[in-house]
Design a protein around this ligand. Structure first.
Ligand SMILES: [Zn+2]
Length: 500
């Protein structure tokens, strides 16, 4: 096989190996068109230049196909290398239907190996209708994602396409799926596996077709800066922000300022946000990654960050004061009913008035019991009225105790480290107990405190690893925000509007 590049919209034609042209195939311009001899089906079939005719015909068919798709001129001509004559392909088409020409020339079925060219990839216009975005969750399939969109019958046709099903069989958790909906019909679907690598499904006349693309789609971090001249909404829009991003600005800074009253002419805004681009258009703007708001007196910055537990928030890059949370959960189980509080009570078994050193939560046998804070196992085993009990040691002289367990967490032993939220055992009714519940104690230096009301120590909201990651990300973002601020400063507020 040899490959020759014909200058027809970048189309590559593959020719069987036994064909050797005497000169390179050449493209001629319209100015050089000479009246050409129409080639009838009979002479074509009898021609010794079968291969040339073959190429010519395939090129012609392709050209016509491309021409109908637009932007390719139909003036494709090639020189006959032997006779120096020009075949006018258009004339040939007039005389013979493409199917007839193919048949008469007795073309080998496998001679043409491949075609490639941009014009084949005509996709529906990205600017129609609405784009929506879904993030793939761990259990998601193409079907669950599409069924949630509640579209008309088009979605079903897409799901019945076995090629598409095959390509999108295993969706990557966290990947994005963008769907273009026009008049309640699914026009295109983009499965963004990487920053630019995407599988693109589009509606065609013969149902849906899908293919992998590495250039049509891109996930980008877009940056926009502007100075407020009229309102956040109006100037943000003029600067090119979507309504969604403008709305997010006030949410990002809700702890810093009140956007209903605080916006003044001359304030500067800089935002960095996730932008999905397709066919050169921004089709969907997602979350703000970082933002800065500068008023006359203050500059606020907020950086988006997702903690290891999956919670996402906008943090101040230097905001150590707010990067804290209580070190303990109040309850060791999810749900459950508080069946007995802390303090004096009539003992349910002995009938005596006695101080209750903890809080009881009734829950079905087997309900998982969680460590309420980071710590280590101080004791695990049977202990009189507590039945099966786990005692954890924490920082600052604090210990917690979990009683009446039906079972311990398998493999958990004395001295072992536990992380807040780890399962340490299961609800039961061992020891002195009248029903399934967990007895939870919170002690400071050995003194039981009310677990529901005790002052809880605070810890940094981020682990050391998270803090390192956050600081790295934040420093890159603050640098970009500073650049954006300079940009916004060039955009002076209107004089007659200032002074608000
Ligand atoms: Zn109790």
């Amino acid at each position: 096989m040899k490959r020759y590049n014909l200058p027809v919209g970048g189309i590559e034609v593959v020719i069987p190996g036994d064909y050797k042209p005497k000169q390179k195939l050449d493209h001629t311009t319209t100015k050089r068109i000479k009246p050409a001899r129409p080639a009838s089906a009979a002479t074509a079939a009898a021609s010794p230049h079968k291969h040339l005719r073959y190429i010519a015909t395939r090129t012609l068919l392709l050209t016509c196909g491309l021409a109908t798709l637009g932007n390719i001129p139909v003036y494709s001509m090639i020189n006959s290398p032997e006779e120096g004559k020009i075949l006018n392909l258009a004339t040939q088409l007039d005389n013979n239907s493409p199917a007839q020409v193919m048949k008469d020339l007795n073309l080998p079925a496998v001679a043409v190996e491949s075609f490639s060219g941009y014009a084949v990839d005509v996709l529906p216009d990205a600017r129609q209708g609405n784009w929506i975005m879904r993030s793939v969750e761990s259990e998601d399939t193409l079907e669950t994602i599409i069924s949630k969109l509640e579209l008309s019958k088009t979605a079903k046709a897409l799901l019945e396409n076995s090629n598409i099903q095959q390509e999108l069989k295993d969706l990557k958790t966290g990947a994005h799926i963008l769907v273009q909906i026009v008049d309640d019909q699914l026009l295109q679907l983009i499965y963004a596996k990487g920053k630019t690598n995407a599988y693109i499904v589009s509606a065609t006349d013969e149902g849906y077709a899908g293919k992998w693309e590495s250039e049509a789609f891109a996930m980008a971090d877009s940056r926009i800066a502007f100075t407020v001249k009229h309102s956040l909404q109006k100037d943000g829009k003029a600067a090119g922000l979507s309504n969604s991003v403008i709305r997010q600005i006030s949410q990002v800074f809700h702890k810093d300022m009140d956007f209903r009253k605080g916006v003044k002419v001359g304030d500067k805004v800089g935002v960095i946000f996730e932008d999905f681009r397709y066919q050169g258009e921004s089709i969907y703007t997602d979350k703000i990654l970082a933002a800065e708001y500068t008023s006359r007196k203050n500059t606020w910055q907020r950086i988006r960050f997702t903690l290891e537990d999956g919670k996402t928030d906008y943090f101040r890059p230097d905001g150590d004061s707010e990067l804290k949370r209580t070190a303990f959960d109040r309850k060791p189980i999810e749900g459950g009913r508080m069946s007995s509080g802390f303090g004096m009570r009539r003992h349910p078994v002995f009938g005596l008035r006695k101080a209750h050193a903890g809080t009881d939560f009734a829950a079905p046998r087997g309900t998982p019991i969680h460590a309420t804070a980071d710590g280590s196992v101080k004791f695990l085993g049977r202990q009189g009225g507590y039945g099966n009990v786990v005692e954890l040691r924490h920082r600052n002289g604090i210990t917690t105790l979990y009683g009446h367990m039906s079972a311990f967490k398998e493999g958990l032993g004395s001295g072992e480290k536990v992380t807040r939220g780890d399962v340490i055992g299961y609800v039961g009714s061992t020891g002195t107990s009248t029903g399934n519940h967990v007895h939870y104690e919170f002690r400071i230096n050995g003194e039981p405190q009310n677990p529901m009301t005790a002052d809880l120590p605070e810890v940094g909201i981020m682990s050391a690893t998270e803090m390192r990651k956050f600081k790295n990300f934040a420093s890159s973002m603050t640098q970009q925000l500073a650049d954006l601020r300079k940009l916004a400063s060039l955009d002076k507020p209107l004089k007659d509007q200032s002074g608000g």
